[in-house]
Design a protein around this ligand. Structure first.
Ligand code: GTQ
Ligand code: FE2
Length: 380
């Protein structure tokens, strides 16, 4: 389905308000003239167009993972994957964005599901993408002919215009989340898309523990000298959980021992970065991982731009603006622009180990920083 442009007439209402011109027959006539010529004056729109601070069209919302997985599994039995539809991906639709598959005004977030042995066909597009795995294993994503395994906790960025296909080599279904800048490229009208081969080759079905990209770029602080990297986005196609987990554990352990390292007490965080130059992994998408120690709470923070979070482990209470939810493993929620966000770790009965709340986060921050539209404010 493609959206067909609909012509919308201009409708102007003369209103009796202190900041509006006096309602008279002459004003009414002026407004009919504006409508006829498709003109809209600033004085009726300024409050909406130029507010004192961002007022997002999106609202805070939470989706429960168990409901997403249940419906994705049902789709797995009813909806085939193939050329045309391309992916069994089911997107989060922010309740105030008109039923469009947009988690926020700039970000797409979806659960994707592949049944045992299934292939999602090769294609490429200008949209920048990543996968994040909250549970399961067995799917290989093949990016530019490089087969990359996907396991719990792994983060797999894939910059725009790379060929990619997915293959479930296991005998069990697998779910994961995709994040893309689809809404951003939709509003900026910058998208291109091409179909690739219908079948990936047999040698791309081999399933090594490490992709070629990880063998080149996945060694801490070591830049390979034999390869150049000039395409947008990170050359490293997988950020394995063992590294992320250790980085966060070390920050909290150092804090315990009285050293610097955490962003605030009990709150460890890392950004996934490009090993070639230290920048964000994707030109339009930032990805981070946060660990909030048992009993800790983050200070309420406002930021321009929007984020999507997925709970990786633990449980807690999330507050976004005037909304508050209990969350547990796999749950997703969105933080619209300038809504204060805070997270509190609160061990639930089914949580095992440390009682920490582990949050994967992605956002549109690189866009805001590139355009110098980034602003933050502590809310207390
Ligand atoms: O896996 O290639 O959720 O192209 C949306 C668009 C996933 C993908 C999505 C895509 C993909
Ligand atoms: Fe894709």
């Amino acid at each position: 389905m493609t959206a067909t442009p609909v012509e919308t007439p201009v409708k102007l209402r003369a209103v009796d308000a202190p900041d509006q011109p006096q309602v008279t027959p002459a004003l009414e006539e002026l407004y009919r003239g504006f409508e006829q010529e498709l003109l809209v004056p600033l004085w009726t729109e300024i409050g909406d167009l130029m507010p004192a601070h961002p007022r997002s069209r999106a609202v805070p919302h939470r989706w429960k993972w168990e409901n997403l997985v249940r419906l994705a599994d049902r789709a797995g039995h009813i909806v085939p994957v193939g050329r045309g539809g391309e992916r069994r991906a089911i997107a989060l639709a922010n309740p105030s964005l008109g039923g469009r598959p947009f988690a926020t005004p700039t970000l797409w977030a979806a659960i994707q599901y592949l049944m045992p042995g299934e292939d999602a066909p090769e294609h490429r597009h200008t949209q920048h993408a990543f996968r994040f795995v909250v549970e399961g294993s067995g799917v290989w994503t093949v990016v530019g002919g490089d087969a990359v395994p996907m396991n719990r906790g792994d983060f797999l960025p894939q910059a725009g215009w790379n060929w990619h296909a997915h293959h479930n080599a296991s005998d069990r279904p697998m779910a994961w989340i995709d994040g893309l800048d689809i809404p951003f490229q939709y509003v900026t009208e910058s998208q291109f898309f091409e179909f690739g081969r219908d079948e990936i080759s047999e040698d791309e079905r081999i399933t090594p523990e490490y992709s070629r990209s990880e063998r080149l770029w996945g060694h801490p602080g070591l830049r390979p000298l034999g390869v150049s990297h000039s395409s947008p986005g990170t050359p490293l196609l997988a950020y394995k959980w063992e590294h992320t987990d250790r980085a966060l554990a070390d920050q909290l352990a150092l804090e315990q021992a009285g050293h610097a390292g955490t962003v605030e007490p009990g709150h460890a965080a890392v950004r996934f970065s490009n090993p070639a130059d230290g920048t964000d992994v994707l030109p339009t998408v930032r990805a981070e991982f946060h660990r909030i120690a048992s009993g800790a709470e983050t200070a309420p923070l406002r930021e321009t731009g929007s984020s999507v979070y997925q709970v990786f482990d633990g449980s807690g209470v999330i507050t976004v603006g005037d909304r508050s939810w209990s969350v547990t493993r796999g749950d997703l929620f969105v933080v619209p622009s300038w809504e204060p966000f805070s997270a509190r770790s609160q061990a639930g009965p089914s949580d095992s180990d440390s009682g920490a709340l582990d949050l994967f986060r992605f956002s549109d921050a690189p866009v805001f920083e590139a355009l110098r539209l980034n602003r933050t404010q502590l809310d207390r």
